[in-house]
Design a protein around this ligand. Structure first.
Ligand SMILES: [Zn+2]
Length: 254
């Protein structure tokens, strides 16, 4: 059994989170997305870690815009979906079903497209964690810029099928605003009301609401609950993808 991974989470840009993943045995460290290359290099320096890999989730500049600075400073190798070529060189193009490694730790690549095409998540089953980028947020999901509702729903389905104990690291602190929409979308959900109260208390103290536990999201996140009767009754649709589309459109106008 490989030793524990160390995760360093820090705020980046206005509302992104940066993540550095360090494997002490091999001395490898992966930058999970690169909202701000200089900030990542600074944080790695503070921890005494050397960034050897970059794992991008999708091509948006607040996820891959810092690749170039990190590559130049550290020679890190880039693992990314093909679409990241818009912003950076890629050493290993990955997609659904691929496995990438950090020392002796494995990450399974899962296609979670919908926010963009070529959006992937990194699931580390032995560590019980997943980096989901802008696919799922605490109590929300990414805007559907490039994908289609059925595709996005299928992506959420792949996330739903991970073990409920999985810790999800999403890329933005959007939770309080997401909670307001969630309460509007699913007003009779007692577990959601309790979660929303905790979120307000955490934000009051300036604490991050990321990461979050998948099991709790399954009970409270309206987008992950689009196949549930209360959501279908309130938002319509004859398939979960249609209910999801109605929810997503309502959130865009909320
Ligand atoms: Zn994005």
């Amino acid at each position: 059994m490989p030793g524990m991974l160390q995760i360093h989470q820090f705020p980046c840009l206005s509302d992104n989170y940066g993540f550095l993943l360090h494997e002490p045995d091999s001395g490898e460290a992966a930058a999970i997305d690169t909202p701000d290359g200089q900030e990542y290099l600074k944080q790695a320096d503070i921890k005494g870690w050397r960034i050897t890999q970059i794992w991008n989730t999708h091509w948006h500049p607040d996820h891959a815009g810092g690749n170039k600075a990190i590559i130049e400073a550290s020679g890190a190798k880039v693992v990314a979906p093909r679409e990241v070529e818009k912003l950076s060189t890629i050493d290993t193009i990955v997609g659904d079903g691929d496995i990438v490694t950090l020392g002796r730790h494995q990450a399974h690549v899962i296609d979670v497209s919908g926010h963009t095409n070529g959006h992937i998540a990194y699931h580390l089953p032995d560590d019980g964690i997943a980096f989901v980028g802008d696919s799922v947020f605490a109590l929300g999901c990414g805007r559907m810029f490039e994908g289609k509702p059925q595709q996005f729903w299928d992506s959420l389905e792949r996330i739903r099928q991970l073990p409920a104990s999985t810790t999800l690291y999403c890329a933005h602190e959007y939770t309080q605003a997401n909670a307001r929409f969630a309460l509007h979308a699913d007003p009779d959900n007692a577990a959601l009301k309790e979660y929303a109260r905790e979120i307000d208390a955490m934000r009051e103290k300036g604490e991050p609401t990321v990461p979050m536990q998948l099991g709790r999201e399954l009970d409270t996140n309206p987008f992950l609950r689009a196949d549930k009767a209360p959501m279908r009754e309130r938002w319509g649709g004859t398939t979960p993808a249609e209910t999801f589309a109605a929810l997503r459109a309502a959130k865009d106008d909320f």
